[in-house]
Design a protein around this ligand. Structure first.
Ligand code: OAD
Length: 273
């Protein structure tokens, strides 16, 4: 049960003041942000990998070996309860953005958040209305060509033959979601690094900070002088590098942060008790 302690309220004030002083705030988001939308995280309590074990690093290699068979298996729809892919799919299909996603959109609209770099593939940032968004692990509602990197929405795509081939370059088309063992697409990786290098303040929201290259972005930012604010109920590998830690669920804390940002850094408008 979330409780706003006086200490946490003070840390929220400090975080708001820091954000208002900063010129280029970037958020790095992870699975924890979508927990309050009903999507399980990967690690920690209730995590998919905690429950089922971390998958092997081979899924991209298997896809590349026989993309036709991969797509056919997908259309056979063989995932069943007891399978992490199935569990994730059922949860994501039902999920809606939560107050944490909306708070990030509000921060962007206020001009206080320049970019969200997200590891989440669930499309909830877009549904909430985030505009400056880098989906470093892809987006499950999009397709991507492994040859030229061209992306298109999966909805409305006609799978005339399997594997589907790119109309631009003839390359094989896969889901945009980055598979285990697959390199991060160069365009999004470069843009994410640029954001980390430009940032003077980074919010680390609901990420365990264990998967590279995303987990390295805050360290790059820190090395170049940025401040780090962590929003997470638990400690992470990134905690020791953080200037401010806000312990609690992001769906509760981000709206409280936005409230302070609207009031110029304070919990209540100036002049009120
Ligand atoms: P993890 O599952 O590794 O970490 C989720 C983090 O969210 C943990 O630190 C939790 O403590 C925290 N958390 C839990 N509930 C929360 C809440 N309500 N509010 C805020 N934080 C909460 O997720 P990621 O760091 O995103 O890769 O994992 C990175 C990558 O590992 C994923 O993108 C995925 C996975 O393998 C791919 O799918 C390619």
């Amino acid at each position: 049960m979330f409780e706003l302690t006086p200490e946490l309220a003070r840390s929220l004030d400090e975080a708001a003041a820091l954000i208002l002083r900063s010129k280029h705030v970037v958020a790095l988001a992870g699975a924890g942000l979508s927990v309050e939308s009903g999507i399980p995280p990967f690690r920690g309590p209730g995590g998919l990998w905690t429950k089922y074990g971390e998958p092997t690093n081979l899924s991209y290699r298997e896809f590349i070996r026989d993309p036709g068979e991969w797509w056919e298996a997908r259309f056979r729809n063989e995932d069943r309860p007891g399978d992490p892919t199935y569990e994730l799919k059922v949860a994501v299909d039902q999920a809606r953005p939560n107050p944490g996603h909306h708070a990030l959109v509000e921060m962007e609209a206020m001009g206080l958040l320049k970019c969200v770099v997200t590891q989440n593939v669930d499309n909830l940032h877009r549904e909430a209305g985030s505009r400056s968004l880098l989906e470093i692990h892809g987006n499950r509602t999009w397709l991507r060509c492994v040859g030229c990197g061209d992306r298109q929405p999966r909805e409305g795509y006609h799978f005339d033959s399997l594997p589907p081939l790119c109309a631009q370059c003839g390359g094989v088309i896969k889901m945009d979601t980055v598979m285990f063992g697959e390199p991060i697409p160069e365009d999004v990786l470069l843009a994410s690094r640029e954001q980390a290098e430009s940032s003077d303040c980074m919010l680390l929201v609901g990420t365990s900070g264990t998967v590279n290259p995303a987990a390295r972005l805050p360290l790059v930012a820190k090395e170049l002088g940025a401040s780090l604010i962590e929003i997470n109920p638990d400690e992470t590998t990134l905690t020791p590098w953080c200037d401010i830690t806000l312990r609690g669920p992001s769906g509760e804390l981000l709206p409280l942060l936005v409230k302070r940002l609207k009031n110029g850094g304070a919990a209540k408008p100036a002049g009120r008790a």
